[in-house]
Design a protein around this ligand. Structure first.
Ligand code: FNR
Length: 341
């Protein structure tokens, strides 16, 4: 049952990538061009630090899959690309492993292929501390992600309908995990109010995982004959909106959801993300061309990211927040409605 769901998610997410729809709010973010701002490429470092974590690059492969034979092969290929390029990588939700030990290898293959890399294990907010620890142990994980997906669960007929325990459970997992805990959405975004709550629960890093890319309301509606909740297909805040909302929240944030190219990476970093993740695009790249295609894509992005930082005068990712950015259209309206300067 879980295995079928995992295969469906991959299939529908790949279809969405191949037929993107609607406006992407990253296009409402542009840089004021300063012709004399540039520095020397040799002075640019991609290293990023946040919440006690240091990564050599501000880019990562975000949570996707595992739990079926097919998704085990995808995890192997993603992990090979992570190993070759040095980007951190997250597993998909490890609920399938808690339900059936036999699928352990569809996750642990990522550690085998990427023995020295930064790996993040992924669990849901119902996970017990014991299960979170089992996930971390299996992956020899450097960090843990907890995903929040109330809208996805709502669209799924078999999904959870009880969410009140999530907050307290996050607090317990943070206290008992033994590694840094990153709380993320799955493509509907984290609001400022949610970030405040996470900070109060002791969470030290949040990934806003906003809308604009893979859309799990659409995926869950498409998985069944009757798309009962199709009116939720436009739910949530975009990634740039969440990053603007997060400013001054007192918790480091990562930016993911709808990232299409290195300019979106730079835009997210300029809006305050400490690092930027992508899922759906990296998935289709590896499905179409295997690890060599994903290695080429990520290497190209890192090279172009360094070039853009050179032209913008940012010696490290954090310095991008000093750039002058212009916010237009729907994103500007969002800022006005939320009293964001
Ligand atoms: C996901 N995502 C996800 N997130 C999570 O925390 N646990 C999970 O198990 C999954 N599963 C999953 C499967 C597939 C096939 C995709 C494409 C994505 C959500 C993912 O981490 C991310 O938040 C969203 O996909 C938005 O980013 P993109 O795809 O727009 O870059």
């Amino acid at each position: 049952m879980i295995a079928n769901r995992k295969d469906d998610h991959v299939r529908f997410a790949a279809e969405q990538q191949r037929r993107p729809d609607g406006h992407n709010q990253f296009d409402d973010v542009s840089f004021v061009h300063h012709a004399l701002a540039g520095i020397d490429r040799t002075d640019v470092s991609l290293t990023t630090r946040f919440g006690g974590i240091e990564w050599p690059v501000p880019l990562y492969i975000n949570a996707m899959t595992g739990g079926s034979a097919k998704t085990g092969l995808i995890n192997r290929d993603l992990a090979i690309a992570a190993q070759e390029t040095g980007v951190p990588i997250a597993t998909g939700s490890m609920s399938a492993y808690f339900a059936d030990d036999a699928v352990a290898d569809t996750f642990s293959v990522m550690r085998r292929e990427n023995p020295k890399g930064f790996i993040i294990a992924n669990v849901n907010a119902n996970a017990t501390v014991d299960r979170a620890r089992r996930a971390i142990d299996l992956m020899e994980a450097d960090a843990l992600q907890i995903h929040l997906n109330s809208i996805q669960e709502t669209v799924m007929p078999e999904g959870d309908r009880a969410f009140s325990s999530w907050g307290p459970q996050i607090g317990r997992i943070v206290a008992g995990a033994g590694v840094p805990v990153i709380v993320k959405e799955v493509g509907f975004g984290l609001s400022r109010e949610t970030l405040d709550r996470l900070r109060d629960l002791g969470v030290t890093v949040a990934d806003v995982a906003g809308s604009g890319g893979t859309n799990f309301a659409r995926i869950e509606n498409d998985r069944r004959d009757r798309a009962d909740y199709s009116f939720l297909n436009g739910w949530g805040q975009s990634t740039p909106a969440c990053l603007l909302d997060a400013q001054g929240a007192g918790i480091p944030v990562l930016g993911s959801g709808g990232v299409r190219h290195p300019l979106d990476v730079v835009r997210a970093l300029a809006l305050g993300a400490s690092a930027v993740g992508a899922s759906g695009l990296f998935l289709t790249t590896v499905l179409d061309g295997g690890p060599p295609a994903l290695i080429a894509l990520i290497s190209g992005w890192l090279d172009q990211l360094r070039s853009l930082m050179t032209a913008l005068g940012a010696r490290n990712p954090a310095e991008l927040t000093r750039c002058d950015v212009l916010i237009s259209d729907g994103l500007r309206d969002f800022c006005a409605d939320r009293d964001i300067d």
